[in-house]
Design a protein around this ligand. Sequence first.
Ligand SMILES: Nc1ncnc2c1ncn2[C@@H]1O[C@H](COP(=O)(O)OP(=O)(O)OP(=O)(O)O)[C@@H](O)[C@H]1O
Length: 250
Amino acid sequence: MKKISIKDLNLYYRDFQALKDISLNIDAKKVTALIGPSGCGKSTFLRSLNRMNDLIDGVRVEGRVELENHDIYHKDVDVVTLRSRIGMVFQKPNPFPKSIYENVAYGPKRHGIKNRKQLDEIVEKSLKKAALWDEVQDRLNKSALGLSGGQQQRLCIARALAMEPEVLLMDEPTSALDPIATAKIEELITELKKEYTIVIVTHSMQQAARISDETAFFLMGELVEMDQTQRVFTTPRDQRTEDYVTGRFG
Ligand SMILES: Nc1ncnc2c1ncn2[C@@H]1O[C@H](COP(=O)(O)OP(=O)(O)OP(=O)(O)O)[C@@H](O)[C@H]1O
């Protein structure tokens, strides 16, 4: 089942065209990996899926991005609601300089939930889903900045999950982490896809091969090909994809 459908998407940073005529579908409850060399437009594309690019001056978007058949760029769309349905996790863990509890409760509170018991439940459930609860349940009121990098990244995932999103966008979520913390996040992603649709930008071909169901290969703002991950890595249709996945590129 398709969750997000992108049709003829063009994106410009003023005069520079960063995305060229991108059309693809993102399946529900699957992991879709975006790969390609630096500067090919992966992050730009990812940000276009929840309108994070709106925050950048001089951006112009053409084409359509549909979440369950509704155009997310339609003028009546409430961007705050959209971003709660399509959450995001960034490259560097970026917890707020607040307690672990407050980091997770922040979004729900801003959405008007005030009841302490309800917030407690959301915090516990989100931390459990992010595989962090066991490590932090005794220190919920301590600063999030005291956690390790990997724990901070799982906290950021918990913070996104607290909003009960349908889709999680992840922009190189493990690039700042060591191999053990990376493995934990990868394991978590595999668990989360039972419930969520996940789109992940990664520089690691091994990571894409390990955790994704579908892979999209970008080059200079274009989508070269997209297919089942195994297919992209073993029998790509385009020579440029083959050169990239075999490491012969550039
Ligand atoms: N805010 C911006 N203003 C102008 N140009 C930008 C902006 N952000 C990105 N670009 C340009 O758009 C192109 C795509 O950048 P983007 O960050 O999406 O690529 P990427 O594939 O994610 O790269 P990386 O793997 O290095 O993160 C690049 O040429 C980049 O310089």
